[in-house]
Every structure is written in C-alpha cells, then in structure tokens.
Design a binder for this molecule. Structure first.
Ligand SMILES: [Zn+2]
Length: 317
C-alpha cells in the first residue's frame, strides 16, 4: 500500500484545522444556536406517563421563553432500583450510538448513575462538551423525590435545569478551563441565575398566586445568617455550604437585574459572553465590575430592611 503523506504546508493547515475543531467544534455544529430539534424523553418503566407529560410541559414553557437549545435529553427515574438499572443500560446504548468512541463499561460504572437517583432522588444536568468526546449535548435527569412530581417545586426545578442548558449553550468552547471561567466555577453565578430565572418564570404562569415570588425570595434570605463576617458569596464552593450561594446568588441576580434589566442579564450578557469574556460582558451590560457590584450587594443591599430588599422583586398578578 502506498503511504499517505502530507507535505509541510498542507500538514500545517491540517494541524491548524484540527486545532480549531478542538476549540470551536466541528463545522456545521449547531452549539449555541436555537434549534427546531425538540428534547428527547426517556423514562424508567415505573414512571407514570403523567410525570413524563408534566416534565414535557415545563420544558416546553422554558424553551418557548428562553429559546430551544440542544441536543437535549431528559431521563426520568422512578423509585424502583431494578427499573433504574435497566434505564442505565439503555442510557449507555444511546451514548454508544451517539458517540461510538465511548467505552460502554465506563458508562455503566459511572458514579452518579440512575440507580443513585432512584435511591437519593434529586435532579441534575450533565453538560457534555469537551475536547475528547465527539457528541456535545445536555442530559437532564429528573427523579421521583426531592422533588417528586406531586410537589410544586418539581415544575420550577425543570425550569431551573433548563436555564442551565441556556447558560451552557451560550459557552461555545470545548476547553474546560475556558468553559469554567465563563460560567464561573463556584455556584453563586450559575446557580443563582438558574434559580432566580426559574422562580421568576414560574411566578408568571397562569394560576400561580400573586405573592409567590416574594414569598420564595424571602425564604432564601434565611441564608444571610450563615454568611460569615466579610465573606463573599463568590467564594463559596459547591458542597456543604453551597445553599448560601444558591439562595443569595438568586438575590444577586435579582439585584443586578434591578440595576439594569432582565434583557441585559438574560439576553445581552450571554450574547457577548464568548467574545468579551465574563468580566468584559459583565461591565458592558451591568455598568460596573463584578467586584464593585458584589461589594455593594454585601455591604449595602443585604443590610437593607426586609421590606426594602423585597422592593426589587416584581409582584406578578
Ligand atoms: Zn442548578
């Protein structure tokens, strides 16, 4: 067989091309573009159709308001561990179909599998976008508890997880370090945004009581007592004390929206994020550095009376 050789110049172009693909993704890739392609739904055998329908309904509300991004899969787990295990095998078959380079054993042995969701409940988003895997996309897992489908929170949690899809769809790079810096590694920014936008959108739906948003936001203020003297929410990592960053992070997003607009936060900031970076887009759209607004938030805003703090939260009728 004759060898396949590349001349120097062709090789340089080829190397540059491969490098660009590793950074920005393959040509024609739709990452970050609004798509017609709807989310796919998969559920364990013990999950009722009504729960699948409920999850679809709230996904549709989120996608209609914030744009439909993807590729997105929803995986819904019930209480039954055997059924969750069967769903895990199906999940690994789909992973293998979408990206044949993934070793199936590695997939089945993953730490946070569906059996663990059947046992512990909860919801989560797994964003797959990196330099090693071909397939990029979002995988949302919903379960039977914390929250379960009969709880009111289940609906806002679907919105919350979907807002993470929106956030990560607006970060184009496959490079982990760059993705982390644009999203911020600690939860205050990403979780605060997902939580506030989810509650805000939920509060605007038909039939939701007028005082809902203020009531939810008031409850989040309990975390102020857990904030240490001089501590910034920005420095709290995921883990035991993350709740403080989720709660007060949601307030921080409400605070910057009150100083700019919902459009500035939800649309414009994310639109400029790739080209300007986190701080560049922040300063452009919120008019100050993140440090200055965080200082003002901790030193002035959080010290206001409850009544004055609640003034920035819209009442919706
Ligand atoms: Zn979250």
């Amino acid at each position: 067989m004759g060898g396949f050789r590349l001349t120097g110049a062709v090789r340089s172009v080829f190397v540059l091309f491969c490098f660009l693909i590793s950074i920005i993704g393959a040509p024609g890739e739709q990452w970050g573009q609004i798509t017609e392609q709807k989310a796919e739904f998969f559920a364990a055998s013990d999950v009722a159709d009504s729960q699948i329908e409920l999850t679809k309904k709230w996904y549709e509300i989120a996608a209609k308001n914030w744009g439909n991004y993807g590729p997105l899969e929803f995986w819904i787990v019930g209480n039954n561990e055997v059924a969750a295990k069967t769903l895990d095998s199906k999940y690994c078959d789909i992973r293998k179909q979408k990206d044949p380079s993934i070793p199936i054993r590695h997939c089945l042995n993953r730490g946070h599998n569906f059996v663990s969701y059947a046992i512990r409940g909860n919801a989560g988003l797994n964003t797959r976008r990196n330099e090693n895997e071909k397939w990029s996309g979002f995988i949302i897992t919903m379960s039977a508890k914390f929250p379960g489908p009969k709880e009111e929170d289940y609906k806002s949690v679907v919105l919350h997880e979907y807002f993470h899809v929106y956030q990560h769809a607006h970060i184009h790079s496959r490079k982990r370090s760059l993705r982390e810096s644009l999203h911020q590694q600690n939860p205050w920014w990403g979780e605060g945004g997902a939580e506030y936008m989810a509650q805000l959108l939920y509060s605007r739906q038909k039939g939701i009581r007028a005082g809902y948003l203020k009531e939810r936001m008031e409850r989040k203020l309990r975390s102020i007592k857990d904030l240490r003297e001089g501590e910034s929410i920005k420095d709290i990592p995921y883990g035991k004390r993350a709740r403080i960053a989720y709660d007060l992070g949601a307030w921080f997003i409400a605070f910057i929206i009150s100083k700019s607009s919902e459009e500035a936060y939800r649309v414009k900031f994310y639109k400029d994020l790739n080209s300007k970076g986190f701080e560049g887009s922040f300063v452009k759209h919120f008019g100050s550095s993140s440090k200055d607004l965080l200082d003002e938030f901790h030193n002035s805003f959080l010290k206001l009376s409850l009544e004055d703090k609640l003034k920035i939260i819209p009442s919706i009728n």
